[in-house]
Write a protein that binds this ligand. Structure first.
Ligand code: ADP
Length: 492
């Protein structure tokens, strides 16, 4: 009988389940879209029961597609959208409010109040994070403030909090187990990332009772079993999606980094057992914990990346499919001096300018549709340059090689341009489902399907390497133009 691992990738717009074989090859995939609700401008919510039901659906569907028996699944791994906050009733197991999604800004005032009270420095030092509604703490506070007797019920131990991973483990284990892993806990803004425990002072700043929080565990261990497929299967890994992609890219050594080109871009850099604090707008986070070994990471997020290509398609109607952007970009020899700064929702790392809005520079009578498309693609590469530059300043290291994944890394023109502006090799793996892969590998390590990380490394297959093809002088001219464009955007 063969053995397989089932990986659950629970995201903001869909839930996916992927079955991998013991050579890390994909056997079957199932995906289901989930609704997001936008009750007010800037608010994003989901129904936590929808999240669980969609996971159940894809888990059962993928098994049918793979044509294997449940007993052949050796373990289940979970990777999830991070920070999204769910509070539920301990007795009934029912959510007391919609899930507040990571993008949601409804707890902004609560964050500002905490900043005004002078806690920003303490929070940064304990959690590695910038005070922002993005992270879970203010979202829990917001829910307790907006349900009947929220604080009293929380203090009495009647309520439980979890990020999506905790919620799924709780439901899949028939409400027996309330845990999270270090990578997800590091995004709550309640964890002391040096000692890997909930921090009493942070809990008191946000007035959140510890009894509602999950137990913090490693990212690779058997937490409990689920009978969702009719037989008992161990749940053997839990890890946040971006950290999972870092692991799935086999960036196990300090100095290795990956960039995921999805709707936004997330660049994570392995700093090993050492926590590195950023002076340049990046956040410090936990990558994973395996047995007693913790791996830290620096993270830079870019809000608009693939979303800019969607804008070309749906907003400007310049292309019909995202893939067409590549052919169009290659119709012209260069961007003709055009720069697009896609700051549609402000600028993320390393600028953190909430108020900035998008801009286009360098237009002439000769500017064509192809130039605009090419310049928009290039903006993904320039934004990545900015984050890597911040990383190099923080760590004093020169980055040698960037591993890429996510939908937009299919675009060969973009990847070549990325190699050119970074003057660094770009490495694209055959399997760029790295998010699901990371959770699969961690579950496999916990249940003995894989013996070691060295064994896993041998299974990394490169699809293509992109080498820089322009001179340093040419590169620095391109970057100079981009920096001018960003500066003008922020000053506008
Ligand atoms: P997410 O997980 O954030 O939903 P994906 O990793 O599925 O994102 O990637 C989808 C994004 O990648 C979309 O924003 C899309 O516009 C972009 N994209 C997909 N294919 C290409 C392509 N060939 N060239 C450029 N962008 C692309």
């Amino acid at each position: 009988m063969s053995s397989y691992i089932l990986s659950i990738d629970q995201g903001t717009t869909s839930s996916r389940a992927i079955i991998f074989d013991d050579q890390l090859k994909i056997v079957a995939i199932s995906q289901q879209q989930i609704d997001n609700f936008f009750p007010k401008p800037g608010w994003v919510e989901m129904d936590a029961n929808d999240i669980y039901n969609s996971v159940l659906y894809v888990v059962r569907d993928v098994l049918a597609k793979a044509k294997i028996m449940p007993v052949e699944i050796k373990a289940i791994g979970i990777t999830n959208q991070r920070e999204t906050t769910i509070v539920w009733d301990r007795k009934t197991g029912l959510p007391v409010y919609n899930a507040l999604v990571w993008q949601s800004r409804q707890s902004n005032d609560l964050c500002e109040k905490v900043i005004r009270s002078g806690y920003e420095q303490y929070i940064k030092q304990k959690t590695g994070l910038t005070v922002d509604p993005y992270f879970s703490a203010s979202k829990i506070r917001w829910i307790l403030d907006h349900i009947d007797d929220g604080q009293v019920r929380a203090n009495n131990g009647e309520l439980m909090f979890g990020t999506v991973d905790s919620w799924l483990v709780y439901k899949l284990s028939n409400q027996r187990t309330h845990i999270t892993d270090v990578s997800n806990a590091s995004r709550t803004m309640l964890m002391d990332i040096d000692n890997l425990c909930w921090d009493k002072k942070l809990l008191s700043i946000w007035n959140i009772p510890e009894c509602m929080l999950p137990e913090i565990k490693a990212s690779s261990e058997i937490y409990d079993y689920t009978d969702a497929l009719g037989v008992e299967i161990p749940i053997a890994s839990v890890i946040g999606d971006q950290q999972s992609a870092l692991f799935g890219q086999m960036c196990f050594e300090p100095g290795q980094c990956k960039n995921t080109y999805g709707t936004g871009c997330f660049l994570l850099f392995n700093t090993g057992e050492k926590r590195v604090n950023s002076q340049n707008g990046l956040v410090t986070t936990i990558g994973w914990k395996i047995k007693d070994k913790v791996c830290y990471a620096l993270e830079g997020s870019i809000f608009v990346a693939g979303a800019a290509i969607q804008w070309l398609r749906d907003g400007l109607k310049l292309i019909e499919t995202a893939a067409e952007s590549e052919d169009m970009a290659l119709k012209v020899p260069d961007s003709g001096g055009v720069y697009v700064v896609p700051a549609f929702t402000g600028l993320g790392a390393p600028y953190w300018d909430q108020d900035a809005r998008g801009a286009i520079f360098g237009l002439t009578r000769g500017t064509t549709r192809a130039h605009l498309i090419r310049a928009t693609l290039e903006s993904l590469a320039y934004q990545t340059f900015d984050v890597l530059e911040a990383l190099e300043n923080d760590t004093g290291l020169m980055i040698r090689g960037l591993q890429v994944d996510g939908g937009a890394c299919r675009n060969n023109y973009l990847m070549q341009f990325q190699a050119d502006v970074l003057h660094t090799e770009i490495i694209r793996p055959v399997n760029f489902e790295t998010t699901a892969l990371g959770a699969c590998m961690l579950a496999g390590l916990a249940c003995g399907a894989f013996e070691s990380m060295d064994e896993l490394k041998k299974m990394y297959n490169v699809d293509r390497r992109f080498e820089p093809m322009i001179s340093i002088l040419h590169q620095s001219r391109l970057i100079q133009g981009w920096k001018k464009a960003v500066k003008a955007t922020m000053e506008f």
